[in-house]
Design a protein around this ligand. Structure first.
Ligand SMILES: NC(=O)c1ccc[n+]([C@@H]2O[C@H](COP(=O)([O-])OP(=O)(O)OC[C@H]3O[C@@H](n4cnc5c(N)ncnc54)[C@H](OP(=O)(O)O)[C@@H]3O)[C@@H](O)[C@H]2O)c1
Length: 301
């Protein structure tokens, strides 16, 4: 048997629990992973709340990004063998917060030795999101990127990608995250009333890309700061489209690219808290507040 953290009903966190299940078996094109670490994302609670639909069979395994060791290989898989260390997005429902899970081989990449399992587990969702958002338009060194929610899991990685590209990054976050945001080389702007005016003082000619990880009124106030409406991208709020911007576009190479950036020491995923599998509920709760700093990771074994 194998442990997996699930929700048993759509709704609140009171329906989450650790369960035993038979070790899942990979089908064609799939890998069975012995999970070592799994990143926690706001989407975990959104899935549980039914925001992505309530049509699936219960219980539903939680956790959408993981790193681990290949324990079995499905038919037709090339490029991976038992014993390989990999990282991959976990298909919704398979459960990354688990001793074992199933991932698609085409969505997995080899984990470089230089990257820990814990750091690797933050890249399939949060890392690729940061990569995709920061590459929404081509930016040259010296251009300005504004990151809304710069102290969170995706935002801190986006700010560091800005540094790699020698952008001038302005990061909006709560005062508690000032040092964290500044450690990326970004200029910190406190969130809250008047934040857009504070950004305008720093960038009177506008910003070349707005990266939104907050949505709602924060996005609405920030969008006019972009030099053109098309230079606003969001991972948090589809309303960005009405504002003339766009939602995240997925680059299929994003996972291997961001993994390389971490391997070369150019980006630290900033894992600020880790929890054992038995305490996955606490890890989820920490992220569900909406005010997490950096990444929260569940470690297994
Ligand atoms: N579409 C996709 O593929 C995709 C993938 C990943 C994430 N997302 C979405 O992107 C969003 C961010 O994800 P994440 O993993 O970075 O979340 P996270 O780690 O929870 O970080 C969110 C950050 O936003 C900050 N924040 C909240 N209100 C704010 C405000 N008014 N102004 C500035 N910052 C504020 C929070 O802290 P403070 O309030 O303390 O600053 C927190 O640091 C979520 O909505 C998530 O669902 C989408």
């Amino acid at each position: 048997m194998s442990k997996v953290y699930v929700f048993t009903q759509f709704g609140g966190p009171e329906h989450q629990e650790l369960q035993d299940r038979p070790v899942p078996q990979p089908r064609a094109g799939e890998l069975l992973l012995e999970v070592r670490a799994a990143g926690v994302n706001p989407a975990d609670a959104k899935v549980r709340a039914g925001l992505f639909g309530t049509g699936r069979r219960l219980p539903v395994g939680m956790g959408l990004e993981a790193a681990g060791v290949v324990a079995a290989v499905g038919d037709g898989v090339e490029g991976f063998a038992v014993g390989d260390a990999v990282l991959a997005g976990v298909p919704n429902g398979n459960g990354g917060f688990a001793e074992h899970t199933i991932v698609r081989a085409v969505e997995a990449v080899t984990k470089p030795e230089e990257v820990s399992f814990t750091d690797a587990a933050t890249l399939p969702v949060a890392g690729t999101t940061a990569y995709d958002l920061t590459h929404h338009v081509d930016l040259d060194a010296g251009q300005t990127m504004l990151v809304l929610g710069a102290g969170g899991g995706v935002g801190l990685m986006a700010a560091q990608i800005g540094a790699v590209h020698q952008l001038r990054t302005i990061g909006v976050a709560s005062e508690a995250k000032r040092e964290l945001v500044e450690s990326t080389g970004a200029v910190f702007v406190p969130s809250g009333d008047g934040f857009a005016d504070r950004v305008r003082v720093l960038a009177p000619d506008g910003v070349d890309l707005v990266v939104d990880l907050v949505g709602g009124e924060v996005l609405r106030q920030a969008a006019p700061l972009a030099t053109e409406p098309g230079r606003v991208v969001s991972a948090a709020d589809p309303a960005v489209v009405e504002l003339g911007g766009g939602m995240r576009r997925h680059d299929p190479e994003a996972l291997s690219k961001i993994t390389g950036v971490v391997q070369h020491g150019l980006l630290d995923p900033h894992v600020t808290a880790t929890y054992p599998l038995e305490r996955a509920g606490e890890a989820l709760a920490a992220v569900e507040t909406g005010h997490a700093a950096g990444k929260v990771v569940v470690e297994v074994g």
